[in-house]
Design a protein around this ligand. Structure first.
Ligand code: AMP
Length: 228
């Protein structure tokens, strides 16, 4: 079934976990495998900042500090994106929800279209390892493939393994100081969602300290069960 698009009915998934847990990396893999759409509020906000929209201007300094952007801004951006045609057959929420207010807003949005979160998967990691994981990461500017100075370098250092592009980017907030604040925000505001989804009976846990392939296998098994 490797690489197969097995998405026969709409399935909506939430990936939970602190910055550096691997949400983006794994969401990309699930997107390819199951034909779902990766919906990253971090990416949507970075686009808004780059375009200089009103929301982007408001979000920029908050993101640079490592704090959470207001629920109002994030839910509005998310709602607009969720209405687009490609999101109708299933979404992997990556970095959303991050607060209980956002989780409740998501439940309401999904209920409006007869959908619901099929599984909220917590990527469990040790905080101590996250600063090193995040500080070394970089991305292909063309295709978004992720790399890391210590754990995953391109075979040819100047060229993306996936698409051959030669420009890589590093996120402005991937520095040790901001990462520490992002972890604080995670524990204060986002970790409570583990019990929120636990009480809805949709919480699943994956040990995300395992290597990337093993985490991918665990996630694939959960998604296949959810789709079935
Ligand atoms: P991420 O790419 O998910 O690591 O997000 C990068 C930054 O964008 C975070 O540190 C927050 O400042 C902001 N952000 C992303 N998603 C959300 C969200 N759901 N709620 C609030 N802020 C967010």
């Amino acid at each position: 079934m490797d690489g197969a698009k097995t998405n026969s009915k709409a399935v909506d998934l939430v990936l939970l976990g602190p910055p550096g847990a691997g949400k983006g990396t794994q969401a990309r893999k699930l997107q390819d495998r199951f034909g779902l759409v990766q919906l990253s509020t971090g990416d949507l906000l970075r686009d808004a900042v780059a375009q200089g929209t009103e929301a982007g201007i408001a979000a920029k300094t908050v993101m640079e500090r490592g704090d959470l952007v207001s629920d109002e801004i994030v839910v509005a951006i998310l709602r607009d994106r969720l209405e687009e045609a490609d999101c109708q057959s299933g979404v992997i929420f990556d970095g959303f929800p991050r607060t209980t207010v956002q989780a409740e807003a998501l439940d309401n949005l999904m209920a409006e279209s007869g959908r619901g979160v099929g599984a909220a998967i917590s990527l469990d990691v040790d905080d101590d390892a996250m600063v090193e994981r995040i500080s070394g990461r970089f991305t292909c500017a063309a295709c978004g493939e992720g790399y890391h100075d210590s754990f995953k370098t391109p075979a040819n250092p100047d060229e993306c393994d996936q698409c051959g592009a030669t420009v890589f980017t590093r996120r402005a907030d991937d520095n040790a100081e901001t990462v520490t604040q992002r972890l604080v925000a995670y524990h204060a505001q986002t970790a409570p969602l583990i019990s929120y989804y636990g009480s809805q009976g949709v919480l699943r846990n994956v040990d995300a300290m395992q290597d990337i392939e093993k985490v991918e296998q665990n996630l694939t098994a959960i998604v296949e069960e959810t789709v079935a």
